[in-house]
Design a protein around this ligand. Sequence first.
Ligand SMILES: Cc1ncc(COP(=O)(O)O)c(C=O)c1O
Length: 445
Amino acid sequence: MTHVFHRDQRTSYPVAVRGEGCYIIDSHGRRYLDAAAGAAVSCLGHSDAEVIAAIETQLRRLPYAVTSFFTTEPAEQLADLLASDAPPGLDRVWFALDGSEAVESALKLARQWAIEAGQPQRREIISRRQSYHGNTLGALSAGGNAFRRAPYEPLLVPMHHVSPCYPYREQHAAESDAVYGERLARELEHEIERVGAETVLAFIAETVVGATLGSACAVPGYFRRAREVCDRHGVLLILDEVMCGLGRTGHLHACLAEDVVPDLLCLAKGLGAGYQPVGAVLIHRRISQVVTLGSGAFQHGHTFMGHAVACAGALAVQKAIRSRGLVDTVRERGRSLEHWLRERFGRHEYVGDIRGRGLFWTLELVRDRDSKQPFPPEAGLHARIKAEAMQRGLTCYPMPGCVDGQRGDHILLAPPYIISEPQLGELVDKLAPALDAAIASCVAL
Ligand SMILES: Cc1ncc(COP(=O)(O)O)c(C=O)c1O
């Protein structure tokens, strides 16, 4: 019997023992092509010599110094690097251990900003349905992932949720992108007014929605309109790029493609690329200055934040992304991946939508393409796909609930940025029979 209290008590997990580029190798020597980079994490694959060397060097020099007494060279250098090519104005960095903590930190910093800016009545957070911002109670409260929230509802902080930008299911047939984006911006504004504009602190959104909706990109102009609405009412815009940031969607920051600058930008996953657990919040100077000139201290912190080894690892990862031109590689390989997916699944009877950007792509599965009717949740299609894919040596990220938190299945693909063209071929060659076998077992039910 295992003494690890695993995520799923009824699953017997293979033991991952080694990483080699885009592959994970288990204790039986089985190789899995990591087509989801874990959960959009391992963007440099699993054996990057430069990153490992940087971590080893820092570990020998100094593993840890608490941030209430010291700063460290890797933390300073990582912050310098992140500030140097951040969207304009985002020139301060708060470190966290993961994405949930980055989101918690952003929410708390927003609140402290309001108090110090003389607007203590601002306390309401607006987020979107079908979003995910993390699993700690504050981040879960902000998120709109019904399935993950359900058991914890009584513990969650009340927050407000508006519609996501989900063109496949929620854009009307006769509605242009501009009109759809405008409708959603109006909904956000109405919600701000309904809640009481002077009490609203922040609007938080994933720039490209990750696992909950499956790489759902906003229609052009949506985020610019949302930014205008926030500005009109003095509401902060927090963008969560924990999953879609740092090159994943073909831009260093996904918001660069939307031409918006948030007040706070949450990062994690690809920041340390799985070599170290690390997250961060990039802070706009108009927010940081209020605290700097006010109380002078953010009343928040965790023991391991800004960990020297985590920062050294993340610094090496971020240098590699930039010096190896990996954001351009993501765009190039992303075009190939899109081509492969459309060619192989574009006419597939049960694939309703293929969407994404960069190396962040999703197949949304439907029982009927015309009506977009999903498979029944009891069929557990997502779990069958995961199992069939693993049997074929492929890890992908199938998820349930994209329609309404219960119904709908999709497969998220987020391979390492270093994936080669032949490996993209291997990915679809393994995914296609896994999908067909999983669907066959559901249709037979
Ligand atoms: C958009 C987004 N925000 C926050 C989180 C939480 O990050 P973590 O699991 O590192 O706490 C995730 C995790 O999947 C995410 O996708």
